[in-house]
Design a binder for this molecule. Structure first.
Ligand code: AMP
Ligand code: MG
Length: 481
């Protein structure tokens, strides 16, 4: 794609009523230094990476003369409603790529905004490199996600129990509109404002819905489907978002807000790494229930504009939410059955997934490696020889595989759906600690490996081992660092 000489932005979001945003200016970083630039992504979207460097220079010298804005939103955090907003993030503008697609470019860690409440508006280098790494891993796993364009050190210190190097990240996303944006509109704006937001969202993200009989109902239906698709993808690769508050659910269906997220090693639906998630609300196995709960909050925000008759509106919203369980079941089992070699899912096969997961939990088996092992003869034998229950499961499964054309048909399906390399917590931690100390060798290598997560070579081995139990049971991740 042709790169532009200067960044040129559009600002369609700013056509919404003023209460949806606030104009802001980033803090002037004293000693900015880029530590990571996603050259390939920049070029793919027609941006010369030098322009990001130039932009930071212009902010520093005070010569940058375009707008920045933060978005207002609310949200249910751990089940409780609160008013929020971009506390440490600014949108630079909307970048349009060659095919006409529109993306927000956001700078996060750029200082306090009017929505910052008690936060300092800053971010640590470790957290921003972590976001870079995990979001790129998600992209390469084939899962919708925000992308990372660049990370820079700000030259300032950030305090999080101890002193840390400060940093900011440039992030790319189809849009940062979230369930929380609608909660804000429904709670603090007029019915007209809410309607404007809804139609803006439709035009921006799902323009094909505009001609439907009831575009608002169609939007609700679309968002349910898109989130079912997203969260079932997370389940497929063992991803735990960690902070599925409604303000962290994007209506574009992209994974975002990479705070306490992590990939599961040993299979256990109760797996939680987030230091503040004491009751496991956002545990791996709870993610489907939570997304349904979040979607119900979204449906509630739409009631005033779904139908003029309140009872009718409630009924319509309820009907859409009632569809969730069926949609989830179909999509989840389809993806999980792909992992064991079935192209199409039929309810008669679901028990194979339920059973292997139970056996994985009982036998402390690694989620990613077990599925990978099942896709090759040697691995199947190892799993099968562990004990009688696993042997029986493999035998039963093989019979179904035989009925459907044998492993010849099934192995390519398994290979497409079972990652071999995921960013494992113990390796991510080491890579980040070394990177912030100045040695980026492991960080770069891990990035290379997770760029090609479905393929195996001899160097892959060292990235495949789960951590020991001591690490696994004590590992914690953090929000807002
Ligand atoms: P998050 O956990 O990233 O979803 O953040 C929840 C809310 O806190 C959002 O409104 C964030 O913008 C805000 N926030 C998080 N960290 C900071 C910070 N260091 N300074 C200001 N606001 C923050
Ligand atoms: Mg957030």
């Amino acid at each position: 794609m042709k790169t532009q000489n200067t960044l040129s932005f559009e600002y369609s979001y700013l056509n919404l009523p003023e209460k949806f945003y606030s104009f802001e200016y980033p803090q002037v970083f004293k000693y900015p230094e880029f530590v990571k630039i996603n050259d390939k992504l920049c070029r793919n979207i027609g941006i010369d990476p030098e322009n990001l460097v130039k932009l930071i220079d212009e902010i520093k010298s005070g010569s940058y003369n375009k707008k920045f804005f933060s978005q207002a939103y609310s949200g249910h955090q751990f089940g409780h409603f609160t008013n929020l907003g971009d506390g440490r993030a600014l949108i630079l503008g909307e970048h349009i790529i060659e095919n006409g697609d529109r993306f927000d470019i956001q700078l996060k860690g750029s200082g306090r905004t009017v929505y910052a409440r008690n936060g300092d508006g800053k971010a640590t280098l470790k957290a921003m490199l972590r976001e870079y790494l995990i979001s790129e891993a998600m992209y390469n796993l084939g899962i919708p996600t925000s992308r990372s364009l660049a990370v820079l050190k700000t030259g300032e210190k950030v305090y999080r129990e101890q002193e840390n190097e400060g940093a900011a990240i440039f992030r790319l996303m189809k849009s940062h509109i979230r369930i929380g944006t609608f909660e804000y509109a429904a709670n603090f704006c007029t019915k007209n404002d809410l309607k404007e937001l809804a139609y803006y969202t439709i035009k921006r993200l799902y323009p094909e819905l505009i001609n439907e009989d009831n575009p608002i109902q169609s939007l609700l239906n679309k968002i349910i489907k898109i989130q079912v698709n997203l969260v079932s993808d997370w389940m497929r690769v063992g991803f735990i978002h960690g902070v599925m508050n409604t303000d962290n659910v994007a209506l574009s269906g992209e994974t975002f807000d990479y705070g306490p997220c992590a990939f599961m090693n040993y299979y256990n639906p109760a797996t939680v790494y987030s230091s503040i998630d004491h009751f496991g609300r956002y545990a791996y196995g709870n993610q489907p229930r939570i997304i349904k709960w979040n979607l119900a909050r979204f449906a509630e925000t739409l009631l005033p504009i779904l139908h003029d008759d309140e009872n009718m509106a409630i009924q319509m919203a309820q009907n859409e939410i009632n569809e969730f369980d069926k949609l989830w079941e179909t999509e989840y089992y389809k993806k999980m059955l792909n992992k064991i070699g079935f192209e199409t899912a039929s309810p008669g096969l679901y028990f194979l997934i339920d059973d292997i997961l139970k056996l994985m939990q009982k036998n402390y088996l690694d989620f990613t490696n077990t599925f990978f092992m099942l896709s090759n003869q040697e691995g199947r034998e190892i799993i099968s020889n562990k004990n009688d229950e696993l042997k029986q499961w493999v035998k039963t499964w093989e019979k179904f595989i035989d009925d459907r054309g044998g492993f010849e048909n099934s192995i390519p399906i398994m290979q497409k759906n079972n990652p071999i390399v995921i960013p494992r917590n113990h390796i991510v931690e080491r890579a980040l600690d070394e990177a912030i100390a100045g040695n980026t060798y492991l960080f770069e290598n891990l990035l290379k490996k997770i760029s090609n997560p479905y393929s195996y070579d001899i160097e892959t081995d060292e990235y495949m081992n789960p951590p020991d139990f001591a690490f696994e049971t004590s590992y914690q991740t953090f929000c807002g660092t």
